[in-house]
Write a protein that binds this ligand. Sequence first.
Ligand code: 8YV
Length: 316
Amino acid sequence: MSRPQILQMGPYPAWDQEPLEQMFTMHRLFEATDRAAFLAQHGAQVRGIATRGELGADAALIAACPQLEVISVYGVGTDAVDLAAARARGIRVTNTPDVLTEDVADLGVGMALALSRGMIGAEAWVRDGSWAAKGGYPLQRRLSGRRAGILGLGRIGMAVGQRLAAFGMPIAYSGRAPKADAPQGWTFLPDAVSLAQQSDLLVMALSATPETRHIVDARVLEALGADGMLVNISRAANLDEEALLDALEGGRIAGAALDVFEGEPALNPRFLALRNVVLQPHHASGTIETRRAMGQLLRDNLAAHFAGRPLLSEVA
Ligand code: 8YV
């Protein structure tokens, strides 16, 4: 039997690409110079799409593949996949939850520490000779013991909370509803504004849906206040970037650490002029260990689908 044909939306490491090429006929859309011509040539034979969290698969792409059966996402976020269009055609969607949770949480906490302790500026202080020339670095703010707020207590939010609890930080959270599995003593708050009001550090760990667009807006930032810090390890769409930039420039919040940006990998140049930010290139899951596990799960889902076995991590 001929191998299933898969449309590939973005690059993978060689350790994933090689086994994918052995199992399937891969059509690399991201290398095509004429995307429409490439889709016209291969779309009709495509039975699967292998994509990445930020690339997804929109309605037009799904429509260009009339035989499509499965979309496998290398990432936990499925906001860039048109789930309604997939559902309408009975196309199954898989992602890579769990395997990336610890590393995403690690980076979120690392970013919070780097921000509160000024580690990026302090590194520059050492490198440019300021330490020797001017003396010690200006004093920063502590993280331990301050109040943490977690927006979105899913797998990643929970892992962030556990880490911050170990820093002696009281934990509050918000989301659609209180979580039965939230540890004792963690406080549920009904909305982002009241969470921000009770937080020194607000960590965004929620998935992105049309309802959560700009959930962190000018009102939430005002509630966070001039001593408050923001960390975003979720999706840029959840944050009103213009409102954030205004608040950062006006000193109305203390700082922000961001792993995701509107229009990434380009970013608003206003960010680059700021000192009270930590800027990361959307790499919270970017460790060798996690990326290997994500690639394996992406492949295992595709293999299970084409062998008629149950999927390992289907998006509900
Ligand atoms: C990845 C992500 O950076 O899991 C997600 O939703 O955005 C990240 O883990 C991305 O999917 C890799 O392309």
